[in-house]
Design a protein around this ligand. Structure first.
Ligand code: ATP
Length: 300
């Protein structure tokens, strides 16, 4: 009987190999698709960062010519500053992150990092300088160690451990019977949203970029997990220039500065307390979210 199962085993192996190949390819094509949009300028130098300040200078952008998404955005993030970006759904928050990573070029205006126009430097050097912690990170069907080590080529086991520690996921990994060799993804251990985000944080700590984009998860985490994730996100932001895209305002009340985006325009900016006093869009969003929280907390 065992003989009979051997070909089936092989089939399973072939299936898994092809499937993994397809997943990797899909991930790759998404990147390549985006990369097709922009090209390196001839003879472009590498981005050279001493102080990683970011400037958006009159940036106009639309995915299609007939629909403008960003209408002349002007803002600055000083080196080492943490700036939160908030605004209603569809306001253009993720679009700003994509432009900073140069998935697209602005239709007009410039984006500068440490005084250099990002359209004039190599994409490779630009992307090496920016770490992204996305809302929902893609995990490869491989070990959890591989998934963290992916942040930096040739990462040593010790570095991977340190990154896991920094992202507060080390105790979780060490409690697994196979530790860092545990398979995750489709055919392995399923990770929760919070755990996946910690893997992404660990990857970013390992990459150690001067600039970080945090894309906060939309889905509500329970408040203890939210607090823990926030603490680790703050650790990633420390000493780096950080742009945090936030959906829940409660998480960014201590940002150095908050930019409020509305229909692709900067409606307001300031610290949490200043914006509440202003009694504009931010104050309105805050009041609405507070009301929703109270609603959620009420027993059914
Ligand atoms: P959310 O809070 O819901 O994530 P957001 O502020 O991040 O929203 P963006 O994702 O930047 O908003 O989208 C801004 C606008 O651009 C939206 O109207 C959206 O429909 C449009 N848009 C986003 N991505 C694309 C795309 N790839 N092609 C065409 N339009 C797009």
């Amino acid at each position: 009987l065992l003989q009979l199962f051997r070909p089936l085993d092989l089939l399973g192996f072939v299936y898994r190999t092809i499937r993994q190949g397809l997943i990797d390819m899909a991930a790759m094509f998404r990147l390549i698709d985006a990369e097709m949009e922009v090209e390196d300028a001839p003879g472009a130098p590498a981005l050279n960062i001493a102080r990683p300040g970011i400037i958006f200078e009159n940036v106009h952008f639309g995915y299609d010519e007939d629909r403008t998404i960003l209408h002349g955005l002007d803002f600055e993030i000083a080196a080492g500053e943490t700036v939160a970006l908030v605004g209603p759904s569809g306001a253009g928050k993720s679009t700003i992150a994509r432009l900073l990573f140069r998935f697209y070029d602005p239709a007009a205006g410039r984006i500068l990092i440490d005084g250099q126009d990002i359209a004039q430097v190599t994409q490779e050097s630009l992307r090496a300088a920016i770490g992204i912690v996305p809302q929902d990170s893609v995990l490869f069907n491989d070990t959890i160690g591989y998934n963290i080590g992916y942040g930096r080529a040739n990462a040593e086991q010790d570095d991977i451990r340190e990154a896991a520690r920094g992202a507060a996921i080390l105790p979780f990994i060490e409690a697994l019977p196979e530790g860092f060799d545990t398979q995750v993804g489709e055919r392995g251990l399923k990770l929760s949203g919070g755990e996946k985000q910690r893997v992404a944080i660990a990857r970013t700590l390992l990459k150690d970029p001067p600039i970080v984009i945090l894309d906060e998860a939309t889905s509500a985490l329970d408040s203890r997990t939210e607090q823990e994730i926030l603490a680790t996100l703050n650790r990633v932001a420390r000493g780096r220039t950080t742009l945090a895209i936030a959906h829940r305002l409660s998480t960014i009340a201590d940002a150095d500065r908050i930019l409020v985006l509305e229909n692709g325009r900067l409606a307001e900016q300031g610290r949490h307390a200043q914006l509440l006093r202003r009694d504009g869009l931010y104050a309105e969003m805050w009041a609405r979210q507070q009301a929703e929280r109270t609603e959620d907390a009420r027993p059914a």
